[in-house]
Ligand binder design. Structure first.
Ligand code: GSH
Length: 240
C-alpha cells in the first residue's frame, strides 16, 4: 500500500485531501516534526530535505518502489497515477491548474509560512517581519479573491488540485487560539469570493476526512521551546 510520511500541517493536509478525493488507499506514517522525527535516518532515506510530506509507492513507475517529496510533485504524481483526475484535461484548465498550484508553492506557502513563523512561532516578535508578512498574506489573499470572483474554482470550471493545494493554508490562516494569539487571523469576511470557495471546500466529505488525518487530540497550545528547537534550532544543520 502507498505510504504517506506526514504530519497534520498545511503541507501534509494537501496530500491527505488529494488521496481522499482520489480514493487511493494509503498508510499513514506519522513524522512528528515537533519531536524531531524528520531527522530520523529512515525518513532521510526518503527525503534529503527533512520536511513532510513524502510518499513511498511500492508500485511506482515500471512497477518498482518509488519515493517522492515536495507536495505539488506528489499531487501531480497521484493525479497521473489516477488517469489524470483532479487536473483538468482541456489545455486551458490544465495550465491554469498548474499556474495556481505554482502560485501556492511559490507564493502562498512560503509567505503564509513566514507569517506563521514570525507572528506565531518566533520567540522574539519583530515588528518589521510581522508587518511584511501580514501585508503579503493580505496581498496574496486579494489575488485569490480576484481569481475566485471571475471563476468558480481556481483552475476555472473544474474543482482541481489547485484548490486542494491552497485550501489548507487559508484554513490555518483563519485559525485563532493560543498558538496564533500574537499573529492574529485572516478574516475571510474581507474576501467574499475566497469565503464562498472556502465554505464549499470545507463542506466536501473528502476534505473533512483529509483534515482529520492525525489531527485527533493534536495540541494547539502555544509552541514549546523543545518544538521550536527541533524545527528552527541548530538540529537541522546536523543533517548532511
Ligand atoms: N515545499 C515543501 C514544504 C514542506 C514543509 O515545509 N513542511 C513542513 C511542515 S508544513 C516541515 O516538514 N517542517 C519541518 C521542520 O521545519 O523541521 C512542500 O510543499 O512539500
Amino acid at each position: 500500500m502507498l505510504e504517506v510520511w506526514t504530519w497534520p500541517t498545511p503541507n501534509g493536509h494537501k496530500v491527505h485531501i488529494a488521496l481522499e478525493e482520489l480514493g487511493i488507499p494509503y498508510k499513514v506514517i506519522p513524522i512528528n516534526i515537533g519531536a524531531g522525527d524528520q531527522f530520523k535516518p529512515e525518513f532521510l532515506k526518503i527525503t534529503p530535505n527533512h520536511r513532510i510530506p513524502a510518499i513511498v509507492d511500492p508500485d511506482g513507475p515500471g512497477g518498482k518502489p518509488f519515493t517522492l517529496f515536495e507536495s505539488a510533485a506528489i499531487m501531480i504524481y497521484l493525479s497521473e497515477k489516477s488517469g489524470g483526475r483532479l487536473i483538468p484535461k482541456d489545455p486551458i484548465g490544465h495550465y491554469k491548474c498548474l499556474e495556481w498550484m505554482m502560485f501556492q508553492m511559490g507564493g502562498v506557502g512560503p509567505m503564509f509560512g513566514q507569517w506563521n513563523h514570525f507572528g506565531a512561532y518566533a520567540k522574539e516578535k519583530l515588528p518589521y517581519a510581522i508587518g511584511r508578512y501580514t501585508n503579503e498574506v493580505a496581498r496574496l489573499t486579494r489575488v485569490l479573491n480576484h481569481r475566485l470572483d471571475e471563476v468558480h474554482w481556481l483552475a476555472g470550471d473544474e474543482y482541481s488540485m489547485a484548490d486542494i493545494i491552497t485550501f489548507p493554508w487559508i484554513r490555518t490562516a483563519t485559525q485563532s487560539g493560543p498558538r496564533f494569539a500574537e499573529r492574529g487571523s485572516l478574516d475571510l469576511g474581507e474576501y467574499p469570493a475566497v469565503k464562498r470557495w472556502y465554505d464549499e471546500m470545507a463542506a466536501r466529505p473528502a476534505v473533512q476526512r483529509g483534515l482529520a488525518v492525525l489531527s485527533e487530540g493534536r495540541d494547539q497550545s502555544a509552541i514549546s521551546d523543545a518544538e521550536r528547537e527541533q524545527m528552527f534550532g541548530a538540529t537541522q544543520f546536523a543533517v548532511r
